[in-house]
Design a protein around this ligand. Structure first.
Ligand code: TMP
Length: 221
């Protein structure tokens, strides 16, 4: 029997209601992601959504162990390709162990960083060709893509002063961090529907307001 149009529409809406949604927060060092993530989680929970909060690199036992290697300030000799593959290895684990199962259950998954960080840091920062990164990334995340990405843009000197220069990446030269920032902005220009750039020179509350407005458009009803 053929389904009537209205019935098809209702099924599609139900699917949408129960489908997981993947949000990422990105940005250079000290851009205030943690505060904005906390506010976004609180906003979505108030709306009755169950939210799973993760961070990259990290979020699983294996990925946290890889994180410790990646950020160890004593491992100065790490080559850019080793670095890239370790970030991707950490991601391969969290995608399969945490992100995909949580999305399959209909959760909203919010990740503090995901693959735009790889493009910005290892692509623009380390100057590894983006096509090479993309080729391996495909294997790591399959069809998974963030539905929505907030890029918190910050003046590099301000961000580093705020976050400190403790780990291996934070200790990179200012020119490296400048390329990373420009990288995020260039990526956002290419994908304006997915990536929302927010100026964090404004007050924390006004940035939170912008995040809420965007979330309201997705989760309003
Ligand atoms: P954070 O969790 O304190 O932001 O630290 C993660 C660091 O790792 C940060 O300097 C950004 C960097 N990073 C990359 O270089 N490539 C990546 O793919 C990811 C996820 C993070």
């Amino acid at each position: 029997m053929k389904l009537k149009n209205s019935k098809i529409l209702r099924c599609a809406q139900d699917d949408k209601k129960h489908r997981g949604y993947f949000i990422t927060f990105e940005g250079a060092e000290g851009s205030g992601k943690s505060t904005q993530i906390r506010n976004a989680v609180a906003f979505l929970q108030k709306k009755g959504r169950s939210v799973v909060m993760l961070r990259e690199p990290g979020g699983t036992r294996i990925s946290e162990a890889i994180r410790a290697i990646l950020l160890d300030k004593n491992l100065k000799e790490m080559s850019p390709i080793t670095e890239l593959l370790l970030y991707l290895a950490a991601r391969a684990q969290i995608v399969r162990e945490k992100i995909l199962p949580a999305l399959a259950k209909g959760n909203v998954v919010i990740s503090d960083r995901f693959e735009d960080s790889t493009r910005a840091y290892q692509g623009f920062g380390r100057k590894i060709p983006l096509e090479a990164i993309e080729a391996v990334s495909k294997l790591v995340r399959g069809k998974l893509r963030p539905d929505l990405t907030f890029v918190l843009d910050i003046d590099i000197a301000k961000g580093l002063a705020r976050g400190g220069r403790h780990d291996r990446i934070e200790r990179e030269a200012l020119s490296f961090h400048r390329r990373v920032r420009q990288g995020f902005l260039a990526l956002a220009k290419k994908e304006p529907r997915r990536m929302v750039v927010l100026d964090t020179n404004k007050s924390v509350e006004s940035v939170s307001q912008k995040v809420r407005e965007r979330l309201e458009r997705v989760f309003g009803q």
